[in-house]
Structures are given as C-alpha cells and as structure tokens.
Ligand binder design. Sequence first.
Ligand SMILES: Cc1cc2nc3c(=O)[nH]c(=O)nc-3n(C[C@H](O)[C@H](O)[C@H](O)COP(=O)(O)O)c2cc1C
Length: 200
Amino acid sequence: MTMLETDIRNADPLSLFYQWFEAAKGSEHADPDAACLATAQDGRPSARMVLVRRVDERGFTFFTNENSRKGQQLTANGFAALCYHWKSLERQIRVEGSVERADASESDAYYASRARGSRIGAWASEQSQPLDSRETLLKKVSALEAQYEGTDIPRPPFWGGFRIVPTRIEFWQQGEFRLHDRFVFTRNASNGWDVQRLHP
Ligand SMILES: Cc1cc2nc3c(=O)[nH]c(=O)nc-3n(C[C@H](O)[C@H](O)[C@H](O)COP(=O)(O)O)c2cc1C
C-alpha cells in the first residue's frame, strides 16, 4: 500500500492518526493503542511500552505511576517521544513533543474505569523500585483487598496520566524494496501543521 500524496497534503495529522488507528483496531491481534515511550534524562534515553488511552487535539495520553522511572524522567525532562508499530499494517507512527500532566479529573475517570484488580495493583506496585520477592507483592495485594473490601478504591495520589503534546508526527508506510513512504507533520508558528515527504 502506498500513501497518496493528495490524501496526506490535505490531511491534518490527528485525523490521519485516527484513520490509521481505526485500521489497526481491525487488524492487530491485541493492544492497537500500545506504543513505545522514549524518555531521556541527563542525555541518557530509555524506552518502554505503554498503552496510549486517549488521543485528542490536546495530545497523546497514557497512565502510569508518577514515581516510576519513566515518571521521574518525564518530570525531570519535559520532552518525550512515542512510537507505534502496527505489524499487520506495515505502518509506524512517531510522535514527539512536550510533556504535561493530565487533569486530576481525567486520571480519576480512567482509574475508575479499570478492573478492580488493576486498581489494587496500582496501589500495591511501587513501580520501578526493587522488590525482594513476588510473595511480598502478593501479600501487599491481599492486605489492600482486605482494606478496601466492600468500598470504592480511591486513585493513588502517585498514579495518573501524562500527555505528549505533539510538535512532530511522522507517518511511515512500508514499501517494496525499502522504498517506504514517510510524511512528517511539524507544528508551525501559527499553530497549524507543515507537511514534508522524507526519503525512506
Ligand atoms: C504492551 C504493553 C503495554 C504497557 N502499558 C503500560 C502502561 O500503560 N502504563 C505503565 O505504567 N506501564 C505499562 N507497561 C509496562 C511498561 O512497559 C514498563 O515495564 C513499566 O511501566 C515500568 O517502566 P519504567 O520503569 O521505565 O517506569 C506496558 C507494557 C507492555 C508490554
């Protein structure tokens, strides 16, 4: 499949993202919203997968433990990148931009939508900290289950959403003989987008 010049030039990157994401939902066997999140601190990059739960005109939002390694890096350096790869579509989308916190109400709403076990897990896990044994974690889960039995589980104060506010979004479609199509959208001074084709 090649990307049509006219489709790209008349598109805004968000609507193009939605088109590709809808296609991915229909063709990926799991987690079409999974993307690799790259952060960097003191010039040292690190990367891991996250589920990007919401994409809108404000940006790309995922949820995590704010004290985790990624949380610390996102706080220390307000720039990050996401990379989606949909194998079934032979497509990649790269997103780069600044980082902001999701509103408390947004984090509350997403937390409340999660399975009870996941809500307990968010309290139990000191994400990215050393853990002496799995048993320690499971004991903590049991204690929390007892503590919250029959009641609502509040969102942990250290758990919430981060949003990447994009300044650059690149769409990549695999082509034959490595002659891939690449289009990069860059935010311009009037808050619109410029689009440029790139060599593969
Ligand atoms: C497909 C996939 C989706 C994931 N989604 C999330 C997520 O949304 N939030 C999260 O905190 N960790 C998620 N993880 C786990 C992270 O990749 C990572 O192990 C964890 O967040 C700790 O990273 P850190 O030590 O760099 O903070 C996911 C892992 C995979 C494989």
